[in-house]
Design a protein around this ligand. Structure first.
Ligand code: SF4
Ligand code: SF4
Length: 100
């Protein structure tokens, strides 16, 4: 079963993410130790974060932005270098999921 709009068309991940509302905390809830990232060969966060929060610079360094995080916890689970300090945003901030 897939989530669809009123025309019963299946929505893409980007369309689903755009439906959500974010109350962005001005203090990052995820901290990445990018020194450890330099030794991470596969960099799975760039492949598996559903919100695209991890990208590579032209120099191959990890760039991270927490604002679009959907709080799934994937990066914390898959990081092989234990480089991520992960918390939920403060005071209930962060993503508000909208399912309709
Ligand atoms: S998986 Fe962890 S160590 Fe590897 S690049 Fe991503 S955050 Fe850095
Ligand atoms: S918790 Fe999920 S959405 Fe947020 S940065 Fe990690 S993988 Fe991306």
């Amino acid at each position: 079963m897939s989530i669809s709009d009123k025309s019963e068309r299946a929505l893409s991940i980007d369309e689903l993410l755009q439906r959500n509302v974010y109350d962005v905390d001005d203090e990052p809830h995820i901290i990445v130790d990018t020194e450890k990232c330099l030794k991470c060969r596969v960099k799975p966060c760039t492949l598996l974060c559903p919100a695209g929060c991890y990208t590579l610079s032209p120099d191959g360094e990890i760039l991270f932005s927490y604002e679009g995080c959907v709080e799934c916890g994937t990066c914390r689970s898959i990081c092989p270098m234990d480089a991520i300090t992960w918390n939920y945003p403060r005071s209930g901030r962060g993503i508000y999921y909208r399912f309709t």
